[in-house]
Write a protein that binds this ligand. Structure first.
Ligand code: MN
Length: 267
């Protein structure tokens, strides 16, 4: 079977079609997968696991029944849902995944990140990120009543929106130096992240070797995922028999087992 990766669904009560598209994804392409990785900004906003909004409840119920059927489910924080905690993850049957995380996908080490930490030119945001990831700051926020947290979240979003509208496009994208640095630090040739809403496969050369950065798209009119399959499984799928022995010698170019896929979400 395959492993799927998605990111930046920005689930929100104002966009029920995206929630439906996600449930269709669970019942369709991702049904019976070995694993599903959700790489952050799964929710548009998260004000604490004690939030009683119906959307969070419904998503937890769907994910729990999905993971109960045998798919390993992983959740990574994004810059919108960094307050999502162990309690909610448990209700989904998911494991919280640190950012970054090194995993094996399609027979090779791959580094997974949300991607916001790669945008080092955005100094205002980097300062906010440092504050927002501080456990004491988080505890102080989570101790406030739900209604007050809702207001604070709305405030943070409108401030960040007005700041972002003034920023140059490239400031909100990843920095090439930072990408190379994290890939070198973790000794990987493949990095997968979301956050920038600029889905693409970027071919790189790091220390003279081919490398790749694959960016997941945000969900809107289109849904995006990466499908990862071991090379042997992939050749079985293609030909109905195991031809991996024959192809191993010739077919070892980078990331043939990783596909970036998109589709229309309209139902
Ligand atoms: Mn993000």
């Amino acid at each position: 079977m395959a492993t799927f990766l998605i990111s930046d669904l920005h689930l929100d009560e104002s966009r029920p079609a995206i929630t439906r598209a996600f449930f269709n994804f669970l019942e369709g392409p991702a049904a019976g997968a070995d694993a599903l990785y959700i790489l952050g900004d799964f929710f548009e906003v998260w004000i604490g696991d004690d939030d009683d909004a119906p959307l969070a409840e419904e998503v937890a119920r769907q994910l729990k029944s999905y993971s109960d059927k045998g798919t390993a489910l992983y959740l990574m924080h994004g810059n919108r849902d960094f307050l999502l905690g162990e309690d909610y993850a448990r209700r989904c049957g998911a494991t919280l995944l640190p950012d970054p995380s090194l995993v094996i996908l399609a027979d090779q080490p791959v580094l997974l990140m949300h991607g916001d930490s790669l945008c080092t030119l955005d100094q205002e945001y980097m300062a906010f990120r440092q504050q927002a990831r501080n456990p004491e700051w988080q505890q102080a926020l989570l101790a406030k009543p739900l209604q007050e947290r809702r207001q604070i979240a709305a405030q943070i979003r409108s401030v960040s929106k007005s700041m972002n509208s003034r920023k140059a496009e490239d400031i909100m994208d990843v920095t090439a130096d930072e990408v190379e640095k994290v890939m070198r630090d973790h000794q990987v040739h493949t990095l997968i992240h979301g956050h920038t809403h600029r889905p693409a496969r970027h071919q790189l050369t790091i220390d003279g070797k081919p490398a790749e950065r694959i960016v997941l798209g945000d969900w809107g009119e289109l849904g995006w995922c990466i499908k990862a399959q071991d090379c042997a499984e992939k050749s079985e799928d293609a030909d109905g028999q195991d031809v991996s022995a024959a192809t191993n010698s010739t077919k070892h170019s980078l990331n043939t087992g990783l596909e970036l896929i998109h589709w229309a979400t309209a139902d």
